[in-house]
Design a protein around this ligand. Structure first.
Ligand SMILES: C[S@@+](CC[C@H](N)C(=O)[O-])C[C@H]1O[C@@H](n2cnc3c(N)ncnc32)[C@H](O)[C@@H]1O
Length: 220
């Protein structure tokens, strides 16, 4: 794809996610109910923040105390998980493609150790080697194509300090309907090895190949 076509794809992806955020941010972040209270939204985010990242034994072993660390969250949505991360980490850089999601996150999280970054859908506007750890859940499964995922992984790699860790969920099974709002590319195990290699990462562990929740723990 040439550069202009790529920019057009990213720009329509941004418009799509901003429209979804305006329609009902919480539903398109956590598609269980059209109405979700603050308490239930925060509780679900806490479960995911602690369960997937904070209590991960490798994260604890390598990075404790987390209260001294800086986290980059790719695809923070309206702050569901970010709210707990803000309590666990020293600083959080919360990035999303949708400005409306970010505005809602700012109101919901309400912490002064979080900065919000609006992305073009693949770049990470941070200084090189400025974060200790990066995290992403139910985000790359919605990217428009594999090239933008690869570009984003390279940008995350650039932002991480040497030896930094990236805990990331990707889709390991096809969503059969390309017209569904939640459609996104999926990866086979062999493709994941190539993705890690081409973006500057070593795979420390992977779990869930062949399922929607294919988790990778990567090291720069
Ligand atoms: C299903 S929501 C998940 C939000 C959050 N990770 C959570 O679990 O609460 C997906 C989020 O990814 C964002 N997103 C989609 N494509 C993106 C991209 N290419 N770059 C950055 N964010 C993106 C959307 O705007 C949306 O906020």
């Amino acid at each position: 794809m040439n550069e202009q076509d790529n920019q057009d794809v990213l720009s329509s992806h941004k418009s799509k996610w901003d429209a979804l955020a305006k329609e009902n941010d919480r539903y398109y972040v956590r598609s269980v109910d059209h109405v979700q209270s603050d308490e239930e939204y925060e509780e679900s985010g806490q479960k995911h923040a602690d369960g997937y990242l904070v209590n991960d034994p490798t994260i604890q072993k390598r990075l404790a105390p987390l209260s001294d660390r800086t986290l980059l969250e790719i695809g923070c949505g309206s702050g569901r998980i970010t709210k707990t991360f803000a309590k666990r980490f020293k600083y959080v850089a919360a990035l999303d493609i949708s400005r409306t999601m970010l505005e809602k996150a700012r109101g919901f999280v309400d912490s002064d150790n979080v900065i919000y970054l609006e992305s073009n859908g693949e770049d990470v506007p941070l200084l090189p080697e400025s974060v200790d750890v990066a995290f992403s859940f139910i985000v790359y499964q919605h990217f428009p194509n594999k090239a933008s995922i690869e570009h984003s992984f390279k940008q995350v790699n650039r932002a991480l300090k040497p030896g930094g860790l990236f805990k990331v969920q990707i889709r390991g099974i096809a969503n059969p309907n390309p017209n569904h709002w939640a459609w996104g590319p999926h990866f086979l195990e062999t493709e994941v090895a190539e993705l890690a290699l081409s973006t500057g990462f070593k795979i420390i562990s992977s779990i869930g190949a062949g399922t929607q929740y294919y988790w990778l723990l990567l090291e720069k």
